[in-house]
Design a protein around this ligand. Structure first.
Ligand code: MIG
Length: 999
């Protein structure tokens, strides 16, 4: 066993230096920068430090000085490097658009620090740290002020130790070093078990410390374990779990000499007596979870908790919510959960905007889910310091986790989402292509934008309004100069099929006369003083500085606040008619300091009476805002499927909205990361996910943009977005070729719309994501568990989008056990093989597993442009004897009638009964909606010869002369050139009918 010791402290800080244009930028006065202007330097506007120091572990932020030299057009920057103990290490990264290779320098005292750098465009010189000793040193560098790119300097530790500024460094570091933790006398285990008492499905474990643990067997496959220091288990406030009612498990409870055994039909739980441990076993006795114990470290203020476990042999770990990095698998990583405005994050950035403390452990044979339902700052350490062991913990609160046993990863995700909820059907337009930027600045820009999309025939459903539509960045106001006729503008575009989403920020500017601030001081009777905002411990309103200036923050879990907040949407949602909303900054993000509200800020719990600290509720703040928002919109527009896109989130957010992965960057690394990030969010229960297509920070090259349009189409949230000072990023600004690439990509998305919609319905029913890692669909092929650049879109399509710069070839691995086809082609590949394909800028390598059927339809410029748009199913031959099932879902698409049962579910079973015969069996599993389309067409691919017979069990199908299939009756023809057999069937003949084809 290898144990890597951290010999000393490691320090982390991230400094982002960003040159911005003054005219359109929200100012950031606290972070002072040279206010000088030089004539000859076009970017002689305040250089300012953003996103700074939030990873800094002490409360004293490093000092920096900046100056602008007008003669050389250079900024000189000096950053104080804080003390570093012997053996400590920094890794340096200095980069322009793409991150250069990092170099490290270590600091045995007196050593000459070594820094090697790329020569990034913007950076002219780098010096120092001049002397770097225990007392620290200075890092000096200069930046070219005439270079418009966003120079970024990062200083990161080589061993990344997640922590938070307020916590004692020593202890926190220890808590990440588990070996030290157990050796450290201050860390205490939970003792031995004296007895276990059963009360129905609940088992009370009495410990010799006088404390108890509570184990509830929720189902045959889900066990909920809680342990705290108060013995108070009355309150079970979970922000994530909404359902604890499962099929009643069969329980067999028995005391053995060394343990208590709880046996369900599917799982054995073993409560070891000395010491207290909770192991899980398969029915055949195989240990699938070996507990290594819960430990606690008590201080006057809090109890740190940790749980350690043995890894399954050959285990891989996935999920963990929103994670950067190039791999889906997270073995060897330490990950923190602390919602953070992570502007310009990189593959090394640890915690991002949301917290979903859930993961899947699998070795391809066993599939475990662990949901650690603790909202405090928490962390996972997956075999990072100790091989074959993992641990997770939090800086306070209960050890509260759910163990989920699944036969495969799908079953784990299904059960996790049964606990935490599943998505509602979004309005169908939410699944179209969306266009955004920070910000479209005027009505004229929107008119031009919309006209361009329609003229250039690039399908588009939704246009976003970012913060500049507001008056001075104040939520629920409109800038009357930029958008004097907002309602008319919206209406005129809605008439052309567009929908609108506008941004709302949680922070409310402190300004008398601003209706939200004013009403927020008087509208919430649950507070003695009627205020709706969260407070500091001394009773004053907690404040933070954000875009509009000093602001206050709603106490979103409170009923009166929910009422007040929801009503604020009336003007935009009802009068103006904005279709959907976009929640930003809900971490909650503020400028300066720890970049969020003080941790002692008081926030009300959902039970309406308990008041907790921001330290506890930080990670759920954005989720509380999201729930209040949805609640309000549902009251104002009860029939609408109200759609909200959010950034900050907690486990369970999938039931209230969609998520995007925040401020990514326009570089190839981020294009690649889009895949594992999206897949892990999906595995964590959130299907409605996407990254800013083209990248937010910076500017993509034409090629990168084109590739991103092609990748983005396979994630439900398909939105082009870019930053304030980034150049335009609409699909046509990169030249004709990329415009065409973009059009084709978006067209493919719209052709696949029925599939996208069906997958959304599947997620609504089961919690499974649209975009899935290969192992989810091919669990038996162990070689797919490490593939990060191919994935499944649904169960049948396999995407191998091109994510390498300058690629002329794309290698594709075909998972074992089945053959694969090129999408819409006849080319067949054997499972287990790797093929190399020639690609050009237009290529979107896409494959289908044999036997599958995939619905497509004609391109529309927006989701409901055509009244009637019939479906064509692609049907691929299967292995003889195989069967494939598909569910086609149809409903009225934007309203909630489906919840009243007004929808249609057509089940289609494709069978390859012999090498020369295929059948499609149809059955309306639910038939309470009549789509406008009266027929559907089936394109049987790779049909080697003209069919000898095409027949229905009930009714007839006639061969047509030529290639025009009739609209009013069943018919077929065979295209011998492409080897495709086309069959058209009327909807009215489908129910309980079978199509038989013999070749
Ligand atoms: O820090 O509203 O992630 O999508 O365009 C800037 C302006 C605040 C951050 C979001 C980004 C959005 C931007 N916002």
């Amino acid at each position: 066993m290898q144990f890597q010791r951290l010999s000393s402290y490691s320090f982390a800080f991230i400094i982002l230096l960003t040159a911005i244009t003054a005219c359109v930028s929200p100012s950031n006065p606290k972070l002072a920068a040279p206010e000088k202007e030089c004539e000859q330097a076009p970017y002689s506007v305040p250089l300012y430090v953003r996103g700074s120091f939030n990873d800094w572990m002490s409360e004293t932020h490093p000092k920096y000085e900046m100056d602008l030299n007008c003669e050389t057009s250079e900024y000189t920057v000096a950053i104080d490097i804080p003390p570093l103990k012997e053996g400590g290490k920094y890794a340096f990264k200095v980069a322009d658009e793409d991150w250069g290779p990092s170099t490290t320098f270590s600091v045995p005292e007196g050593d000459e620090p070594l820094i090697e750098l790329d020569s990034p465009k913007a950076l002219t010189t780098v010096k120092g740290p001049d002397v770097l000793t225990e007392a620290g040193g200075k890092l000096l560098f200069t930046l070219d002020a005439t270079n418009p790119s966003e120079p970024t300097v990062k200083v990161e530790p080589t061993d990344y130790i997640p922590e938070h500024p307020i916590f004692d460094v020593d202890r926190l570091l220890n808590s990440y070093q588990f070996e030290n933790v157990v050796r450290d006398k201050e860390w205490k285990g939970t003792g031995n078990v004296s007895k276990v008492k059963q009360k129905g499905q609940v088992f009370w474990v009495h410990l010799d410390t006088g404390l108890k643990a509570r184990i509830e067997v929720l189902s045959d496959k889900i066990v909920h374990m809680r342990h705290n220091d108060t013995n108070d288990y009355e309150n079970d406030i979970s922000y994530a779990v909404i359902n604890r009612k499962f099929d009643t498990p069969t329980i067999n409870f028995k005391e053995e000499q060394e343990y208590f055994a709880i046996k369900t039909a599917e799982l054995d739980v073993e409560i070891n007596k000395k010491p207290f441990r909770v192991h899980f076993k398969e029915k055949d006795g195989t240990v699938i979870h070996q507990d290594l114990g819960v430990y606690k470290h008590k201080t006057d203020e809090r109890t740190y908790i940790i749980k350690k476990a043995k890894s399954l042999e050959g285990a891989r770990y996935y999920g963990f919510g929103e994670r950067s990095g190039f791999t889906t698998k997270k073995n060897g990583e330490a990950m923190r959960n602390w919602n953070k405005d992570a502007y310009g994050y990189s593959e090394h950035t640890d915690n991002l905007y949301s917290t979903i403390p859930f993961f899947i452990e699998t070795n391809g044979k066993f599939f475990n889910g662990v949901f650690f339902d603790n909202s405090y700052q928490s962390y996972f350490n997956i075999e990072k310091y100790v091989e074959d062991e993992y641990f997770f913990g939090a800086t306070d609160g209960e050890m509260d986790y759910y163990f989920i046993h699944g036969n495969d990863s799908k079953e784990v995700v299904e059960q996790y989402t049964e606990l935490t909820g599943r998505m509602q059907m979004p309005p169908k337009w939410a699944l179209g292509f969306h266009q955004c930027r920070y910000s479209y600045m005027s009505e004229q820009e929107i008119y031009d934008l919309a006209r361009n999309f329609r003229e250039k025939k690039i399908p588009l459903d939704t246009i976003y309004l970012d913060i500049h539509y507001m008056d001075s960045f104040k939520s629920f106001t409109v800038d009357k100069e930029r958008f004097p006729n907002l309602k008319k503008m919206i209406k005129e575009h809605q008439d052309q099929g567009f929908t609108f989403i506008s941004i709302i920020d949680p922070h409310i500017k402190i300004e008398e006369g601003y209706h939200v601030y004013d009403s927020g001081l008087t509208s919430c009777p649950q507070a003695k003083d009627n205020t709706c905002f969260v407070k500091a411990p001394d009773g004053s309103l907690a404040q933070g500085e954000v875009w509009p200036g000093d602001s206050v923050f709603p106490d979103y879990f409170r009923d009166d606040v929910i009422e007040w907040w929801g009503e604020l949407y009336r003007e935009l949602a009802v009068d103006v008619g904005i279709d959907g909303f976009w929640n930003d900054m809900g971490e909650p993000a503020t400028f300066g300091g720890i970049k969020t509200l003080p941790l002692d800020t008081l926030i009300t719990e959902p039970d309406q009476k308990t008041v907790s600290t921001h330290a506890k509720l930080h990670n759920v703040y954005g989720f509380s805002q999201l729930q209040a928002t949805l609640d309000g919109l549902d009251k104002l527009r009860p029939d609408n499927r109200n759609y909200v896109l959010a950034r900050a989130a907690y486990a369970g957010m999938q039931r209230t909205g969609a998520i995007w992965t925040g401020d990514n960057s326009s570089n190839w690394a981020h294009l690649k990361m889009n895949i594992p990030m999206g897949l892990n969010l999906g595995l964590s229960g959130i299907s409605m996910v996407g990254a800013d297509v083209g990248g937010f920070v910076g500017a993509p090259t034409p090629e990168l943009f084109g590739r991103w349009m092609q990748l983005g189409l396979f994630f439900p949230v398909y939105r082009n977005h870019t930053a304030l000072k980034s150049p335009p990023q609409e699909p046509w600004v990169f030249g004709e070729e990329i415009e065409k690439v973009s059009r084709e990509a978006v067209e493919l998305r719209y052709e696949l719309f029925p599939l996208v919609y069906d997958l959304t319905y599947e997620s609504h029913k089961t919690g499974l994501p649209h975009a899935r890692p290969l192992f989810m669909e091919n669990p038996e092929d162990l070689s797919v568990y490490d593939i990060d650049d191919q994935f499944h879109f649904g169960d049948a399509l396999m995407v191998a989008a091109v994510v390498e710069e300058g690629a002329t070839q794309r290698k594709v691995y075909f998972p074992k056990g089945k053959n694969w086809y090129t999408f819409r082609g006849n080319q067949k590949f054997e499972g287990g093989s790797t093929e190399s394909f020639d690609v050009d800028i237009f290529s979107i390598p896409l494959f289908v597993k044999e036997g599958a059927i995939i619905p497509t339809q004609g391109v529309e410029q927006y989701y409901d442009e055509l009244e009637v748009n019939p479906i064509t199913f692609e049907v691929y031959p299967g292995a003889v004897g195989s069967q494939y099932e598909y569910t086609l879902y149809r409903d009225a698409e934007v309203k909630k009638e489906y919840l009243k049962g007004e929808y249609q579910e057509l089940h289609i079973t494709h069978q390859q009964s012999a090498s020369n015969s295929q059948t499609l069996a149809f059955n309306f599993a639910h038939n309470n909606y009549t789509p406008p389309e009266k027929y559907m067409t089936f394109a049987f691919r790779d049909a080697q010869s003209a069919p000898r017979s095409v027949s229905l069990s009930v009714g007839s199908v006639d061969k047509v002369n030529g290639t025009d299939l009739p609209e009013d009756k069943n018919g077929f023809y065979y295209d011998s050139k492409t080897k495709v057999l086309y069959v058209r069937l009327l909807d009215e003949v489908l129910d309980n009918n079978t199509l038989n084809i013999t070749y």
